[in-house]
Every structure is written in C-alpha cells, then in structure tokens.
Write a protein that binds this ligand. Sequence first.
Ligand code: PEP
Ligand code: MG
Length: 883
Amino acid sequence: TVYSFGGTDASIDPRAKDKTITGGKGANLAEMAEIGLPVPPGFTITTEECVKYLAGGSDFSDQLRADVASALRQVEAAVGKDFGSKDDPLLVSVRSGARVSMPGMMDTVLNLGLNDDTVAGLAATSGDERFAWDSYRRFIQMYSDVVLGVDHGLFEEALEIAKEDKGFYADTEMEAEDWKVLVAQYKNIVEQERGQPFPLDVHEQLWGAIAAVFDSWDADRAKVYRRLNDIPSDWGTAVNVQAMVFGNMGDTSATGVAFTRNPATGEKAYYGEYLINAQGEDVVAGIRTPQYLTRDAREAAGAKPLSMEEAMPDAYAELAQVFDLLERHYRDMQDIEFTVQQGKLWMLQTRSGKRTARAALKMAVEMVGEGLIDEREAVLRIDPMALDQLLHPRLDPDAPRTVLTTGLPASPGAASGKIVLDADTAEQFAARGEKVILVRVETSPEDIHGMHAAQGILTARGGMTSHAAVVARGMGRPCVSGASQVSIEMGARTLRIGTTELREGDLITLDGAKGQVMEGLVATIEPELVGDFGTLMEWADRHRRMRVRTNAETPDDCRMARQFGAEGIGLCRTEHMFFDAGRISAVRQMILAEDEKGRRKALAKLLPEQRDDFRQIFEVMVGLPCTIRLLDPPLHEFLPTADADFADLADVTGLGVDHLKRRAAELHEFNPMLGHRGCRLGITYPEIYEMQARAIFEAACEVAQASGEAPVPEIMVPLVATRRELAILKTLIDRMAQEVFTDKGRSIEYLVGTMIELPRAALMAGEIAQEALFFSFGTNDLTQTTLGVSRDDSARFLAPYVEKGIFARDPFVSLDIEGVGQLVRMASERGRETKPDIKLGICGEHGGDPASIAFCEEVGLDYVSASPYRVPIARLAAAQASL
Ligand code: PEP
Ligand code: MG
C-alpha cells in the first residue's frame, strides 16, 4: 500500500498517520500536510510492503508497482511537472523512515530523476544551467554512494582534482561547464567500480532507491542497532518519496534544521541553524559553517553573518508560526527540517526532539504552565535514568577526552584524580588534600576507607553488583568496574591499560555513567538540583503508590537519601558498618575465634560501636521505618590475606601469626557466596545476632528516651531458606527485645521479617510468612542463585550474552522478569495468602532500575529500596508505573 500526502487532495487516510504503518517520518509528513503546513507533495510506501519485500525474495508485487505509479501521477499533477520529462522534470527525494528513528539505515537520496535529458529541462525551467548540473553531479554521487555502494571518497577526490586543475578553492567557483566535465567523470567512476553504467532510466533509479531502503533494514549496522535498542526485526521500514524543493536556488533559498526550544537547556527559544543557497546535506556535512536562526542567538554568540530572522524576515516569520503550530499540535518540542525555495517555506520533517535531562525537566514543567500538557504527562515524559545526569558532577560534554578503556558503568558520575593502587595510599594522598582514583583488581571490605577517600573507583574485575559497585553507588562515588583491560603491577606500582603504561600518581578521569576511563583531567560541571527538578518530583510523588526507601548504612548516606526524598531505610547492611578500618580487626577476631568465648570477647568490643551506629541512623531517620539486616558477611570479604593484617591481629589477640593463618585456612571456603553466611552464621553462632539485636533495641530505646519519638526498627534476617531458620532467630530476637525492654523499663514497637533471596525461600514463602511480618526481596542473591550465575564473576561473559541477545539486559541490573520475576510474584502471592497484610519490598540493586520498578508495581510490592543517588529515579519510575 502507498499513502499520498501534500497533493491537491488534502484528505489524509488515518492509517497514513500511524507510525507503525508509515514510519515516524511518513506519519509526521502526513500529519503536517493535514494541518495545512507547506509539505512538498509525496507518498509513503508502508512498512508492511518492506516486510513483504524482504520475505518474498526481494521482489516488488505488481500491486505495489501500480500503487507507486498512481501515487507518482498524483505528485506530478500537484507539482505540475512530469517524472522523466525533458522539458520540465519532476525530481524527488527518497528517504527511509522506520517506526523509530534508526541509525544504520539508508538515509536519503536527493535529486532523483536526473539524467542527461532531464538535466537540460531543469536548466531551462530554473534558468540556471550551473544549478542543474551541480544538482546532477550531487545526485550521481549520492545515489552511487547509498544505493550502489560506490565509495563516495572517489567522487570527492575527483572533485578536488577538478578544482585544483582550475585553481579553485570553493565549490561555488565551479561553473556549469566544469560540472558537466565532472558528471562525465563521475559516470566513469561508477562504471569502473560497478562494471555497469550509472542508471539513466528514471524509473530504474526510483525502484533502485526503494529497494536500497528496504534492503538497508537488513544491513548489519541496522541489525546491531536494533539488538542494542530492543527493536523487533519484523517492523520493517517505510519509504518516503517526495517532490524535491531546492534550498540551493540562489540567495532567496536556504535550508536548515531547528528545534522549537533549546534542547540543551530547555529554554523556550527557537534554536537552530540554516545555510543560504544550500541543500540539506551541506548543513549536516559541516563543509560550510551554518548560521544562526535568530537574531538573539547570533548577537549572543557575537557572530557576524546575518541570522535567518534578519536575512529572510518573511520566511522566518512563517517558520516561527509553524514552530508554534507544531508545538501546540504535538504538545512537545519538535526537531524540524525545512527548506526555503526562492522565498517559499517548505517543511521536510518534524519529530519530537532529543534533549538533555535538564532540558527535559524544564520543558515538561513549563509546558504544564503553558497548558500544553498536564502533570501526569509531564511525569511520564521524563526518562527516570536521565535524572542521573543531574545528581552527580558530570564531565563537561564539550571537553576533549582520550578514552583508554571501557568497563562496566557501575556507579554514575565523573571523577578525576591521581591513580592510587591501595586504600592506605588513597587515604594518605587524600589527607594531603589530593584527589585520587582508587584502582584495584577488585575491592574488599578492607578497601572501604580508601574508597571513601577516593573521588572514584576503578576495578579490573567484578560486575554491576560486585563489592566495588554496590559500595560505590551507596557512597555516591563514580565507579567503573570489570575493566578487564586494566592490569596492575603492584611491585612496580604501575598500571597498564591496553598499550598505555601509567604509574601511581598519574592523573586519570572516570565517567561512571559510560564506564569510560580517560587519560588525564577532563573538566567537570557541578550538579544543579534546579527548581524544575523539585517541581517534577513533587508531581511524581503525588502519583505514586509504592513507597521509596534507601539502602544505606551511614548517617551521611541516610541524610543524603532523605534529601533525595527517601521515606525510610529498606536495607541497612550491618556488615558494611564493620568495614571501618578501626573495626575490621574486631570483626576478624570474632570470625577467627576458636570458640564462643573468643567470639564473645570480640563482640563485646563491637556492641557499643554498633549501638552508636544505630542510634545515629535512627536520629537521622526519625519518624521513618528502618530495616536493619543482621550480619551477612560472605567470609572471603572479611578474612585477612595480607601478612601485615595477620601481624596486626596477632598483636591485638596475643595469638601467634601461624595459629591465625591456620585458622583462616580452616575457614577458607570454595564458594563463599553459598557458604557460611547470612542466617547460617546466626544459627551457628547465635551470640553474633544477639549482640546486634541488643544494639538495635538499646539504640532505639535511647532515641525514644531522648527525642520522645520511638523509631520502628524492622529487623531483617538474611539468606533464609527454611521456616525453621527464621523461627529460631525470631525467638532469639524477641528474647533480646524482652531483655533490653526490661533493662530500660520501656518497650518499643519492632518488626521481624526476612529477605527472600533464595529460590527455596520463594517456593516456601507461604510457610515462611508464618514467622515474618515482612519480606524484602534480595534480588541480587535471588538472581545469582536462580540463574546459577556468580554476581562477582559474571562480567566476563554477561556482556557477550547481552550482545548475543541471550539476555536483553544484564540480569543483575534489570530484573530477569520472566525467570526471577516468577519467583518474586509467587513468593508475594504465597506470603499474602498466609498473611494478607505482610509488608513486601525489594532491596536488591533492581530496586533502583525503572523496568524492575514497573514490575514491582505490577506485583503490588509496598516499597522499593535503592541506593541514595537512585532514590529520585525510583520515585519517578514508581510514579510512572502507577500511571
Ligand atoms: C540481595 O541479595 O539482593 C541483597 C540486597 O543483599 P546483598 O546484596 O547484601 O547480598
Ligand atoms: Mg543478599
């Protein structure tokens, strides 16, 4: 099927405005024609025809040939010119147009319909022989490049030589006779390269271009783009054939591109470029410098050449009217292509324009003010992930960067600093006021102080939920993880990235949002939480059902999360509280102790510190729910490895180094993630959880006493697989509560619940719910255990898995809804069957991922919990999920 637009018959078939049928470009051309804008007459061959053509062995049906012929006749009638006519030829442009704009596909052929005969007609009717022959040579070059696959460099070269022979500098010096000579040369090039002459039959040209557009849907580049962007391969592309208008017919002609508002800042001011006496590709190709659209922009830039507003006031005034009309019609900022042919304005394209996060916020808020859209729509329009750009210092997009390697974008933001290879050095440098980037093979709890001291973290190993990634996101430190090209030479204190050798102290820059590692300093811009941000978040909050909490374990992180709008703590990882340099030794003593007595001794040192931690957190989070998870330390993260650590430990414990090493070796696990961690520790060494429960209750009582407002701790047991585990530990927690309450002479409300992070727990959720007042889905471990994929070792093969389409996205970043999601859904249902008002939340990294959040809304979770910097993203995503 073929749909016409812009002809003498102004009526438009509704199907012609449907992007799924006529593609984005075609649908918008039809729509612009319908609302009376000046659109050159043309027609669109549907995406359905593309699918048929590709399925049917690259053959055009007779029906399609007839439809195109008839649509072409309509264009001829509307323009009053004939395709292929010697006297007054119709020329057309042929452009692809899929449902969504898609780089990698055939773009545009202009001036189609020129040959040795029609060029004379064009010369006669335009009264400009030079223009006609220039158009002809442009056509041969473009058609040969995009349709016939002849390297366009060959044509450029021929043109350069021709100019050199003549002593010309600019193309504009070429005369009609010069172009004629060049056309002959161009034809020779094609014949040499293709073994066939350039097609002079105009219908052969047209069908060749149509076939090229269809075929480009299956080009490798297009396939790659589709895979990366989740675009189905059965959509196909439409083809738009449109009467040519010329921006290169002298000084009353021009061509340009424009945005109806500033796409970088969102400011309500026309924004764009134009070129007098030029054709579309001249603006894009950057051969001539385009001029400003408006006088204001020109003056602000201090530029001399006249703006379009000044040089072509009438056409500009009409264009400005069109901008307003299009914005009112589409209710969004538009990205437009236009041409002025001898004073007359023509619209060639419109679409919703791409924009920065800052611009998106400003436009959305202002458009609500202008009555163009309502709050709901404003909330729906912002890409939650784009907010990230606003929450961290970011690299100046205009600053040059030399990318050394790319790893995983583990924690967004930009950081520059001197390379340091261990945590102590990081701290020393930082103490001297120097900015550092901590570079490690991977990080462990011992590196925490160094991570804190550093501006950013780079690791050679580890995935998106590796220690480095989780901790960095929590701290708001930019992090690039799993940069496998990085190899560290500890002895020499050097670092090799690909072929670049760097030493400790050299400057590097990280772009955590892109996963890029750059040499030297790249300038950054500070984040600005401008007013529009606050306004939009307020609207989002009004429309969301789920609560948004945060994953945080320090008072600073809690404070930051509250500023970002967190409504409580969804996960306080208590093992992270032990990462502090001063404490890790007590934790190690506890782990390495031979017996309960030894453990109790170490725990006694930790109790007051834990109590103090909890008190501070309760104070910051006053009035809000706080989920505190009991210790869940994969042992490998805590066991000492360095000789110096053993020596330290020997000092404080009075035990021999050899003894400690033997003990550490005994505790070594082959598979620590599946080892003696989580509640298994609490079951075997109850004194550990007793100490923690006591610290929580004592801190809560103290805060209640001091402030009059009692916090409501939600005590969470990790890695539960069976009801019995939880029952035993719940009894322990309740007992500690009674002991403390008796001691303090007051009692406070608290909840005991569990993480659902093992498949068995999800399956048995109905039973486990008997013991739990809440479930929190630990989707990091649930993903790891359901997929049988190690969260710390998966970086190496997950990227190729995503590239091959085995997973649409990294399942540690975006929940595997089909698989792991089933377990979440089932556990929610079974939990609610047992206990209808059981509180349900998620605290895995997925709690900050918009697609996963949408799924949480569908399942009906009560809240999501995300690291502090993800809280605004989660608030917006949760709102969108409710709308
Ligand atoms: C989880 O497993 O999803 C979780 C939140 O716990 P952690 O990442 O600490 O194992
Ligand atoms: Mg877990």
